[in-house]
Design a protein. Sequence first.
Length: 429
Amino acid sequence: FPRLARAWLGPVLPMIMLVHPETVKMILRTSEPKALRTYRFLEPWIGDGLLLSGGEKWRRNRRLLTPAFHFDILRPYQRLNNQISDVLLKKLSDFCDRDEYFEVFSEISMYTLDVITQCAFSYKTECQIVGEQHPYIRAISELVDLATERFFKPWLHVDLIYFLTRDGRRFKCNCDYVHKVAEEMIVKRRKELKEKDFVDTKRHLDFLDILLKAQDENGEGLSNLEIRNEVDTFMFEGHDTTASAISWTLFSIAENKSIQKRLQSEIDKVLEGRESDEILWEDLPNLPYLTMCVKEGMRCHCPVPFIQRETTQELEIDGLVIPPGTMVNVIIYNIHHNAQVWEDSTTFDPDRFLPENVEKRDPYAFVPFSAGPRNCIGQHFAMHEMKTVIARILRRFDLSLDPNHIVKKKETLVMRSEDGIFMKASPRK
């Protein structure tokens, strides 16, 4: 495991690959933007929201969006997390009654889509029930798949070529549809927010409400286009990545029975004496072993295996001067498995995240949400969502993997499984 290396994208584009905490921090602690030469294919969908913007525009929008993820705003989402996980638990119970294996990614993906659409703009798609038959859900799912496929085919990065292909036309059609839905939502919500009755009766502010109310130091808010870009960015970044983290963590928990039992004991203790198995906001800090399991799941399996930045000025790393305009790849999967940092790195061991063990490590050794000023703005939202659904599943069921199915990782923009992850939910013994 070197600290850094040079590679080439095609014959002419050099890239720097970083795989060690001490080299990674040199780029992550800056606000250098994403490498637009490879991320630009997302622009027709998500525009120049937080993911793709840079410079002063990124700094302004980051300041405006940060309040949307304050704990006081996130607290009411906990009720939604429980309500939406009720549907998933019912589906798992049905699988349990039929003694059937279920494919984890497909079930969890529909759950996270339900969460993100309701929390983003109170849009009830009920996709866990109707699946991808809902046109908005089908469009979002296709956009993610098409964008991922295009990322790994550099010859399709040229818009003139891509939008002449069948996939390019499908991508544009889906973009037009999700933009239309978002724009109609924005116009409708702007009108509603002016009505006192709507504001008084609304049980919680969603992401769209916060964006519409946001104002900078000059009293200027976000335009409809800027809001649409941020909503679409939230959908892109907050759905597949969270589904991957939950699915792989459940995989490792099902694979390690002693860890599963220890985790269930912690959950049982927190919920002891209650009729409901809902996870309350106040319960979340009282589940430290669950937090450790989720973090170890993200370390082992890396929902986002790598990210790319592009230098706008000279940057020195380990004595190497990197010129402006260079793509810098932060290989998160390799960082999380660097033998100089992680002993027995392929072993799932939540105790790595005991406070005394965390203190010994460089903070940049564990970066599932990136780090520094451009870290994931929604990481607390994601952690609450993950902990809630995993706790509720394990409160009711024992999980076991299908012994006849081999699970293989498929590394794309988001870590997936080659042929799915199949497991069985059985009544707690």
